[in-house]
Design a protein around this ligand. Structure first.
Ligand code: ADP
Length: 145
C-alpha cells in the first residue's frame, strides 16, 4: 500500500489532472495515505518577476498560486483525505522528483499530457522525464482511462 502520494498539477493547463487526483484519492482511501499536490513555477518566470516588479511580487505570486492550488484541492479531494499543497520553483521535472524524495513519496500520479498536446506524442515532456528518472512508481493517467 502506498503511504505518500504525490500529484504534480500544472495550474496553467490542468487538462485531466482531476483524473489523476481521483486515482490518488482512491489509493489514499484504501491505504490510509497522504496526498500531496505540487505546482512548480518555472524558475525563469520567478526571476523575471523578481527583476521587473517590487521585491515582494515573487512571494505574492507564489502565495496566489498556493491559494489556487488549495482551491483546486478542495474541489477534488474529499474532506476525509489528509492532503497538503506545495508550490516550488525550478525546472518542473527535477523539482517534482526532488519533492518526491523530500516528502518520502512512494507513488507519483500524473496525467500523460496536458490537454492541448494529447494527439501529438505518447507522453508529454515533463511526464516522460519523470517516468524515465523516477526511482519510485509513477502512475500515468491517460485521458480515456
Ligand atoms: P505536455 O508536454 O503535453 O505539455 P507535460 O508532460 O508538460 O505535457 O504535462 C503532463 C503533466 O506533467 C501535467 O498534467 C502535470 O501533472 C505535470 N506538470 C507539467 N508541468 C508542471 C508544473 N509546472 N508543475 C507541476 N506539474 C507539472
Amino acid at each position: 500500500m502506498y503511504k505518500q502520494i504525490l500529484v504534480p498539477v500544472d495550474l496553467n493547463d490542468k487538462g485531466f489532472s482531476d483524473k489523476a487526483v481521483e486515482q490518488a484519492v482512491w489509493h489514499a482511501k484504501h491505504g490510509n495515505a497522504e496526498v500531496h499536490l505540487l505546482t512548480v513555477l518555472p524558475g525563469i518566470h520567478m526571476s523575471m518577476v523578481a527583476t521587473y516588479f517590487p521585491k515582494d511580487a515573487a512571494q505574492k505570486m507564489k502565495q496566489d498560486v498556493k491559494s489556487q492550488l488549495r482551491q483546486f484541492a478542495s474541489q477534488y479531494i474529499p474532506e476525509e483525505i489528509v492532503y497538503k499543497v506545495h508550490v516550488a520553483e525550478g525546472k518542473p521535472y527535477t523539482t517534482i522528483l526532488d519533492h518526491a524524495e523530500k516528502l518520502g513519496a512512494d507513488l507519483i500520479v500524473m496525467p500523460s499530457h496536458k490537454r492541448s498536446k494529447i494527439d501529438k506524442v505518447v507522453l508529454g515532456s515533463v511526464a516522460s522525464k519523470v517516468v524515465q528518472n523516477s526511482p519510485i512508481n509513477v502512475m500515468v493517467i491517460k485521458p480515456q482511462g
